[in-house]
Design a protein around this ligand. Structure first.
Ligand SMILES: [Zn+2]
Length: 167
């Protein structure tokens, strides 16, 4: 990387860290010739991420659709908008690792995985749509899955469970 001040090509990286949830790397660089310090951003080359629908149709991944779907599931729940935005960004990063083609099923499964840690009721609402639930037994099964031990803090909230049952 060329020094923007003296044009020396032999600059050194003195610090690297992720920015924007890992999709960008920020590097602090120093020029040994003139001592100039500067920052560069390295971004993953953007290969278009494509979503394969159940009909076989392909369309570009659209992060705003994830946000809209998750926001609908979180309606009336105490989930801040920035957490939903973070979920969508993190999900896109994960999908890119599986890309360039991912299925709507892959996306739905990943949304569920992430909603599990965000809000129980939103998780159940999304699961009911994604898995095409049609009965109490399905909800029961999901509740069991949801209550499996998580590494994060315990979340025993009887109120949330009651609410889920009357969806
Ligand atoms: Zn320099």
């Amino acid at each position: 990387m060329r020094c923007p001040r003296c044009r020396t090509t032999d600059t050194k990286v003195i610090d690297s860290r992720d920015a924007e949830e890992g999709s960008t790397i920020r590097r602090r660089r120093a020029c040994p010739a003139c001592q100039h310090r500067f920052t560069t951003y390295e971004r993953l080359e953007e290969v278009p991420l494509m979503v394969v629908k159940s009909t076989g149709r392909r369309e570009p991944f659209d992060q705003s659709k994830i946000v809209a779907g998750v926001a609908a599931a979180c309606k009336g729940r105490p989930v801040p908008g920035d957490r939903i935005a973070q979920l969508a960004v993190g999900l896109e990063d994960t999908m890119r690792l599986h890309g360039p083609d991912v299925s709507t099923q892959d996306i739905g499964r990943e949304v569920l995985e992430r909603l599990r840690d965000l809000d129980e009721v939103a998780y159940l609402r999304f699961a009911s749509v994604y898995k095409g639930f049609d009965g109490a037994a399905d909800f029961q099964r999901e509740l069991v899955l949801m209550k499996r031990p998580a590494p994060s803090a315990a979340r025993t909230n009887p109120a949330a469970e009651d609410e889920a049952v009357v969806l």
